[in-house]
Ligand binder design. Structure first.
Ligand SMILES: NC(=O)C1=CN([C@@H]2O[C@H](COP(=O)(O)OP(=O)(O)OC[C@H]3O[C@@H](n4cnc5c(N)ncnc54)[C@H](OP(=O)(O)O)[C@@H]3O)[C@@H](O)[C@H]2O)C=CC1
Ligand SMILES: O=C(O)CCC(=O)C(=O)O
Length: 417
């Protein structure tokens, strides 16, 4: 993994690349490249041994022209102010590309959750929720899960907020457990949109997904569900990985069995009867489809030169640096971008928020059907723009669509000519 590219600068470069195809005032584009505000705070948390530890935490509210700020909260030692700013910006354009009524936000705590007990993580999360309280709310800023957070953390944030505000407001966060007001299908939604994007991409490119060889980097929420659903399309999952390394079987892995092994042992490495590879080897395998589903900067310009996949569908946010994009475009590798491929998560978060506000809950079947409509419509808009604007790749096409929608909301609101 390259630590050279600054994700915030990558975001700004992606915006500039697309803005070149749009007739939009430079001052407006400038405004779309910076967050409206960033909260930076230090949380002091009682540990189980009686000591106190301090944790740095952030929440970036990037742009609210299309609706409340929306986006996940990440727990990871690599969280930084610039990473959170980038992730919040990607949320703006993701929500715009699937045309749901949100702006973008993102938060994070600099912490390795594996080093703390559940009780310590609960105190940490509740402490962050107290700091977030003046900013969040179902019409203001709505957190959700991201790397190393899930239903448990969202339930704690909701409970802290509701207690402090003396209210019932389940829509203040999404990605909650079902009994706490979550939506059917939210846990699977990110992987599901990755699968739908892969399916539509292969169809658009006139390739067969059935029998296609697939490698997936990252076997958490997004990666594992994407793997399972792509396998169900009849593809051949030849390699998967997590932070421990990769496992490879040219005859095809059973995603459910690998997941069960990881649940029992903590990692995919050690899964019996397969070849062990590094993550770098997985990313450069000769496969029909590569799905990066871990963190930013997984593929930089140097590694991109060795990439052999025909198609890349990004489940992770920002897995390719702009240099990698240039190399892959040159090599005619088709990259279907994060802001479409992983947008299922925020789309079903939107459904959860709608259900929370109406106090009326949908079946999983309805959630999945409505998600499929949104992702396939967005895919069609993206490929239409790719052809109409004659842009070099699908990422630029996605930003052309998304930026225009944000600009329209900004100017329609009566701002600037
Ligand atoms: N959850 C969601 O709803 C959404 C997530 N995303 C994005 O998807 C990506 C993954 O998030 P999510 O699945 O939720 O997070 P999880 O925490 O559930 O999983 C992350 C996975 O990435 C693996 N990983 C971490 N570092 C590396 C590395 N260096 N090499 C290989 N694998 C690595 C982890 O390994 P290990 O298991 O060993 O820790 C884990 O398997 C992120 O970019 C996130 O922003 C995007 C949209 C929505
Ligand atoms: O569900 C959400 O609101 C946001 C999920 C997220 O953080 C993302 O799409 O990157």
């Amino acid at each position: 993994m390259s630590d050279e590219a600054n994700p915030f600068e990558s975001l700004q470069e992606q915006i500039d690349d697309a803005a070149a195809y749009l007739d939009v005032d430079d001052d407006i584009i400038h405004r779309l490249k910076y967050p409206e505000r960033v909260l930076e705070t230090n949380l002091s948390v009682d540990l189980d041994d009686g000591s106190i530890e301090r944790f740095k935490a952030f929440r970036s509210e990037f742009n609210g022209d299309r609706g409340p700020y929306k986006g996940g909260i990440r727990y990871h030692p690599g969280v930084s102010r610039d990473e959170v700013k980038a992730l919040s910006g990607w949320m703006v354009y993701k929500c715009a590309v699937v045309d749901i009524p949100y702006g973008g936000g993102k938060g994070g705590i600099v912490v390795d959750p594996a080093e703390y007990s559940a009780a310590e993580l609960e105190r940490l999360t509740r402490s962050f929720a107290e700091e977030l309280r003046p900013f969040i709310g179902e019409d203001n800023d709505i957190p959700a899960p991201d790397v190393n957070t899930g239903q448990r953390e969202m339930n704690w944030i909701k409970d802290t907020y509701e207690t402090l505000e003396n209210t019932t407001e389940p829509g203040v966060v999404t990605g909650k457990s079902i009994d706490a007001g979550g939506s059917a299908g939210r846990v699977e939604a990110t992987g599901r949109s990755t699968m739908l994007t892969a399916r539509e991409a292969f169809d658009y490119l006139d390739k067969d997904i059935e029998g296609a060889s697939v490698a997936v980097q990252g076997y958490g929420n997004a990666g594992w569900i994407a793997t399972k659903l792509i396998d169900e399309l009849g593809a051949n999952i030849v390699a998967v990985s997590d932070s421990s390394g990769a496992v490879h079987d040219p005859d095809g892995l059973d995603p459910v069995a690998v997941k069960e092994f990881k649940r029992e042992t903590g990692s995919v490495s050690g899964y019996e009867g397969v070849e062990e590879l590094s993550n770098e080897e997985l990313l450069t395998m000769d496969v029909d489809l590569l799905v990066p589903a871990a963190l930013e900067n997984a593929i930089d310009g140097d590694l991109a030169a060795d990439v052999q996949a025909d198609v890349i569908v990004e489940a992770a946010n920002g897995p390719l640096t702009p240099d990698a994009d240039d190399v892959l475009t040159e090599k005619d590798v088709h990259v279907f971008p994060d802001i479409l491929a992983n947008a299922g998560g925020v789309t079903v978060s939107y459904f959860e928020w709608v259900q929370n506000r109406q106090r009326f809950y949908w079946s999983e079947e309805r959630v999945n059907e409505e998600l499929e409509v949104i992702i396939t419509d967005a895919f069609d808009n993206l490929t239409d723009a790719y052809e109409a604007f004659d842009v070099p790749n699908f990422r630029t096409a996605a930003y052309v669509v998304a930026i225009q929608r944000v600009v329209d909301a900004f100017t329609d609101n009566g701002n600037w000519p």
